[in-house]
Design a binder for this molecule. Sequence first.
Ligand code: IMP
Length: 433
Amino acid sequence: MSVVIVVGAQWGDEGKGKVVDLFTERAEMVVRYGGGANAGHTLVIEGVKLVTHLVPSGVCHPGKACVLGDGMVIDPHTLLDEIKDCQSRGLLMRNELLIGLGAHVILPYHKLLDGLREDHSAKRGKSIGTTRRGIGPAYEAKAARKGVRMRDLAKPERVRELVAANLDEMIPLIQYLGGETPSKSDISKWIDDALAAGDKLRPYTGDAGRYVDETIKAGKHVLFEGAQGCLLDLDHGTYPYVTSSSTIAAGACQSAGIGPTRVDAVVGITKAYATRVGEGPFPTEIPGEAGDRLRKAGGEFGATTGRPRRCGWLDLPALRMGVRLSGMTSLALTKLDVLGGLGEVSVCVAYKLDGKELDEPPTDPEDIARAEPVYRKFPGWDRLPSEAHDIADLPTSARAYVDTIQGMAGVPFCLVSVGPDRAETIRLSDPFA
Ligand code: IMP
């Protein structure tokens, strides 16, 4: 039996989808534990693309159990669409999905509030750049103990009471932010739609914490799939430019309801370069045409919002912070192929701030924005052989790049990805071993 957690090492979009898909071959169960439809995972299986937002990326393996943990915030309509899409491909059949009854429900006013806040803050140059999927407001309602949970959708009266209590507080805020006051008919439609979605989702709901625990106790391999990345963690990330959930490995225990003593390994996913979506400091960002070239080569556009991702060189101080925060035992390096064809490749090995060299980002985002990256340069390489199955198959300069990252991050690579397809992978060790 092994329990493995997969997390994004930096600001999300590291290519977790492909890695979780590969690791699911060895797992019996895949558990998504935090966030909501702010995430977007693109899977390419035998040339066919599947984008998921809520359903774990292990979905492409028929017969494996997919669990949505209690720590998630779920948009029931998005989830129904995803289930339909997956089932039309013969995936995610009835007994292959379990949605935690304790997960919170995203309602239309959470999304409305998210968007209004972003617009209002943007006028003052202070937006976070959220995905506008209602994530922050849904977690706020949860923390205020006024949230609607999946279990509540079975009780229409309770949902009506909760929504009324929520909106008593939210309507003045919506008005303050310049939004239109929702009408009575808007509100009843929101409730009716959520209840109808709840009816359709009910056969898939249950006690996720117990189910996961029993699977672990039965000696099965269980994979936990993090969303976003460690530096977007609400407590430990680059606050306030973070999401509203716990994205580090510890979040798996908290949100899925398992004890930390159950965990055997934590795999961090890092791209061979860095990206960030939304606002917030990004010292290694590559401005102008060079950044555009990388964005195009890597297809760096958000799977959820379509927003162009900000692109930059790999940032080892940020990676080290992710390694520390999640106690990573190994790393998976993705998209190494995207750097092919560049004359020269840089990696940030430290930051310089006020005359001092730092091996991790400073804690204050204003200091991160002021910090100067210290780069090490590598000669570029041409296209990587997509048939590469061993590090020795890589060109010398790509090998030197990989070795340097591994040495400076302080944990070994378990996998190097050289293309989007399952086959385009160098597997170095098995986290379930
Ligand atoms: P929210 O999670 O929608 O509230 O957005 C908060 C911050 O997290 C914004 O900077 C988003 O761009 C970022 N974010 C949220 N989800 C993802 C993701 O899956 N990948 C990358 N960034 C994300």
